[in-house]
Design a protein around this ligand. Structure first.
Ligand code: LLP
Length: 881
């Protein structure tokens, strides 16, 4: 390198810990940009301060190895022009990066000359994998040499270390020739003498990834993605305190974050789980890298180069202590399924050996297996097998000698991954409902108890992953040690999320004054209700919003909401009568009645009053068809699987009593026709408290599918369920994404159909708070209780669903939390809890606690249990003062 500033020695201030090695690996995108190198220099400085000896392992610049592979395949070394063009291209690419970092790259010329020679040799003897390996190794040689100069120019003095000096390939003559050159194995163990000797030569190094030394000193490769493996092996040989892999994602996620933005960063996983995830396709990590680290208990940290502020995934020996848990939902596509049927296979000795022999003869390795008396079904993993049509046809023909064979190549596997899956099947049971309408070809519970896998049609895999993820992976903001923030959240502007404090935090005096001398009261802020209605009115795809009044039937709220131009959805005639009385300007046709298992008289009353009616049971048409003859109704469909904040509020799938199941639809429509009943609208409501916009898109997809066949349908009602964040730093429902998703599906239906929504919670939850005075305090061992004047008789949600409501001491707002309290009410039930383990300032008798987000399903679900009257209800309005 020329014109390099003299490198400064790194900060040699002794750290507190012992002198140890750390290995940091940077991937192809990180080393390809000047800002990437700024981050690498920062990381080197940090490592120098903390571990004090380190090796930086680098990949080739993004795209370079692919380009070299292409040159090898096309034998570009045969043509002097092609070779010269390739060398120029690579010189340019590296020179551009050099310029961007303020250095010159002339010193790469000798390496480029060597590469040209290697290309020529490779093209002259293409069957000899040795030459190909040598060519491909140049990407890392170039990037590490250039990086050496860039770091020096940044004042970070490192020496260049030839990885081939550290890593020697195993002498494994059983493996095939190509594999030994291109994907060599390398077994290492901590080698204190080597580590000390290297330390004596220098404390800071940069080394090329991907390459190792083969017999006779030739360069061999560690397989694609091999720089991760290099870092792990170098770290192992040095007995490093840890290895860090820096890339363009901060680690492993609970699902592929590019497909599922709600996927959460995994903070801590065990080696075995990480290996399973990497093998299942998690891109952040090469599975082979984990083998030496696991054996020698060296921690591996995954980090995002561009975002050093995020604590990424940590794979450590201690992580297995987290216990059984599903950590991720992953899919693999391109799975081939081979089904072998034969009546005489039962108890026939050697049948499996025979058929597996056929797979062996075709060089195919079997992945999953399931057997019964007359059927053996297996899958072939595309990563390990050539699954072209011709190979599969030959396989089928040979297997045909033993049994009937069916081969399908349009399958995908969907796996739940995590330690101890077997012990938690009962917990994931309800989530498995998502498979109700899907054909499952094979279920396999891995012998290592790390995954539960379902093989399904590939076209269903994506949705299944989404649904399972939503139901199994806990939501929330990542306060726990396993599940970190979501991808979505990591990429949103944090400041914007935190910028909006809850309305009540600005209106403490007003609230205390409103409570007056009462011991407990619900207080609703009408301005907040109107604001929520206004937000819903921005949904351009939605033609009409009806308020689901079961969430809160307070007359003032009903009037405010109708005043905003919304209709009202009721579930009983009592609700309908109540709202018609409370809001005189409302007409019967502004309502929609959606009863479920209600008595016949109620349907008759609604029809007589001219209230639009939704029916959700073919039985009703069969037995009470005469009542409905000649009328127009809405039909509630069960789209097959439900979502929601708790299993008790998921209202679709066979465990929920609502809606007409899809397999009863034909019969229901026939019955309707027989009674001359017009299906004017279709309806689906899948559950409550949903924060993912794709829920309604999915319902719309199902309902538009039905509407295509039903010209009488003018309205599609997608129900309610719009969630509200429980915690202040949780992300709200993305209404814009919801709108865009609906618009996409609506466009596909070439007909003018109106879209309606009927949310309850979204309009009123955040607008309401429950205020309750502290009655008594108690300590029991480690546990502190603070008692308030009302409990589950006013707000049953924590007891019934384990719902989390924020609780603050309104009388001491702004004071730091001092103690963790269980906040309890006066009802004679152990479940009479409003919140567990809440950090509050020291609280006294008479203080007022505020329980937030209590406007929906609070007063509406209150009771007089113990003959304690629930909290009274009061209304405030910032706009009418
Ligand atoms: N439409 C229908 C047909 C419904 O069954 C419901 C609620 C809604 C609309 C309104 O759902 P929302 O937008 O409020 O999520 N007590 C539970 C909620 C039960 C919801 C029942 N159905 C809770 O406190 O979370």
């Amino acid at each position: 390198m020329t014109d390099v500033k003299p490198a400064q020695p790194l900060d040699a201030t002794p750290g507190n810990g012992p002198i140890q090695w750390r290995v940091l690996k940077f991937g192809g995108s990180s080393v390809a940009t000047a800002t990437g190198w700024d981050r690498i220099a920062d990381a080197a400085r940090a490592a120098a301060g903390e571990a004090r000896r380190f090796v930086i392992v680098v990949s080739a610049l993004k795209g370079v190895t692919d380009r070299l592979e292409q040159a090898v395949r096309a034998l570009e070394g045969r043509s002097p022009e092609a070779t010269a063009a390739l060398i120029d291209e690579l010189r340019d690419r590296h020179a551009r990066l050099a310029r961007a970092t303020g250095i010159q790259s002339g010193a790469l010329d000798p390496l480029l000359d060597d590469l040209a020679a290697a290309l020529r040799e490779q093209a002259a003897a293409p069957e000899d994998a040795r030459h190909g390996a040598r060519v491909l190794g140049f990407g890392e040689l170039l990037s590490s040499r250039l990086g050496h100069a860039i770091l020096a120019a940044q004042g970070v003095a490192v020496d260049w270390l030839d990885s081939r000096e550290v890593l020697r390939a195993d002498d494994d003559s059983r493996r095939n020739e190509r594999a030994r050159w291109l994907s060599a194995d390398c077994t290492v163990a901590p080698d204190p003498a080597f580590a000390a000797a290297l330390g004596d030569r220098g404390a800071a190094w940069i080394a090329p990834g991907f390459i190792a030394r083969g017999e006779n000193g030739d360069t061999v490769l560690l397989g694609r993605g091999g720089s991760d493996v290099s870092a792990a092996l170098i770290g192992t040989r040095l007995g490093a305190e840890r290895v860090e892999i820096h890339s363009d994602v901060p680690g492993l996620f609970t699902a592929d974050p590019r497909r599922i933005p709600a996927a959460r960063l995994l903070r801590n996983v065990s080696y075995r789980e990480a290996m399973e995830l990497a093998a299942m396709g998690a891109k952040a990590l090469h599975p082979r890298a984990l083998i030496p680290l696991k054996r020698h208990r060296i921690p591996l940290w995954l980090c995002q180069t561009e975002r050093p502020d995020i604590d990424g995934t940590r794979i450590t020996p201690e992580a297995h202590e987290h216990g059984a848990q599903v950590k991720a939902i992953v899919q693999r596509r391109g799975i081939t399924l081979v089904t072998m049927e034969g009546l005489d296979m039962w108890q026939q000795v050697g049948f499996l050996a025979d058929v597996f022999g056929v797979f062996r003869d075709h060089g195919l390795s079997v992945d999953l297996v399931s057997t019964s008396e007359s059927n053996v079904t297996v899958t072939l993993d595309p990563g390990a097998n050539p699954t072209d049509r011709a190979t599969l046809d030959r396989l089928a023909a040979d297997l045909g000698r033993f049994c009937q064979v069916d081969v399908r190549s349009d399958c995908a596997s969907v796996s739940l991954v995590g330690l101890g899956i077997r012990t938690i099947l009962h917990r994931i049971g309800p989530a498995l409902e998502v498979f109700e309408q899907r054909r499952i070809f094979l279920v396999s519970q891995a012998a290592n108890d790390l995954n539960l896998t379902f093989v399904v049609e590939a076209r269903h895999a994506e949705k299944l992953v989404q649904q399972l993820h939503q139901q199994i992976i806990p939501g929330g903001v990542g306060g726990d040690s396993v599940f970190g923030p979501s991808w979505d959240r990591l990429n949103r502007d944090e400041a914007a999320i935190r910028a909006v404090p809850p309305w009540w935090s600005q209106r403490a005096d007003d609230l205390l004054e409103t409570l007056g001398d009462d011991d407990a009261a619900y207080v609703y802020a009408l301005d907040q209700v109107r604001a929520a209605a206004a937000r819903l009115k921005t949904l351009r795809t939605v033609d009409r919003v009806l308020y689901s009044m079961k969430a809160n039937p307070h007359p003032d709220l009903l009037r405010a909401i109708v005043g905003e131009g919304l209709g009202v959805e009721c579930v009983s005639m009592a609700e309908a009568r109540h709202v018609l009385a409370a809001v005189p300007e409302l007409a019967a046709e502004d309502l929609l009645l959606t009863p479920n298992f209600a008595p016949r008289a109620e349907y008759r009353e609604a029809l007589d009053a001219g209230i639009p009616l939704t029916i959700d049971n073919p039985w009703l048409l069969e037995h009470w068809g005469a009542d409905l003859a000649g009328r127009s109704v809405f039909l509630r469909i069960d789209p097959g699987s439900g979502l929601g904040h708790h299993k008790m509020v998921r209202t679709a799938g066979s465990n929920a009593k609502f809606g007409v199941p899809l397999d009863e639809l034909e019969r229901t429509l026939r019955l309707a026709r027989a009674h001359d009943i017009t299906i004017r609208g279709l309806h689906a409501h899948t559950g409550s408290g949903i924060l993912h916009p794709d829920n309604w898109e999915r319902s719309l997809e199902v309902l538009t599918g039905i509407a295509t066949e039903l010209p009488s349908v003018e309205v599609i009602n997608l129900g309610g369920g719009l969630g509200v964040p429980d915690r202040s730093d949780e992300l709200p429902l993305d209404l814009m994404a919801l709108d865009a998703g609906l618009a996409r599906i609506k466009r596909a239906l070439n007909r003018d159909v109106q879209i309606w929504l009927e949310p309850g919670r979204y309009l009123v939850a955040a607008a309401g708070v429950l205020l309750a005075r502290v009655t008594q305090l108690k300590g029991k061992g480690e546990v502190r209780y603070v008692g308030v004047a009302t409990g589950m008789n006013s707000l049953i949600r924590p007891a019934l669903y384990g719902a989390w409501h924020e609780i603050v001491n309104l009388s001491r707002l702004g004071k730091a939390g001092e103690h963790a309290y269980n906040v309890v009410g006066p009802i004679c039930e152990t479940g009479d809890v409003l919140g567990l383990d809440r950090l509050l300032p020291e609280s006294r008798e008479g203080d007022v606690l505020l329980i937030a987000n209590a406007g929906a399903y609070g007063a509406a679900m209150a009771s007089r249990y113990n003959l304690r009257e629930p909290a009274v209800e009061k209304v405030i309005d910032a706009e009418r003062r």
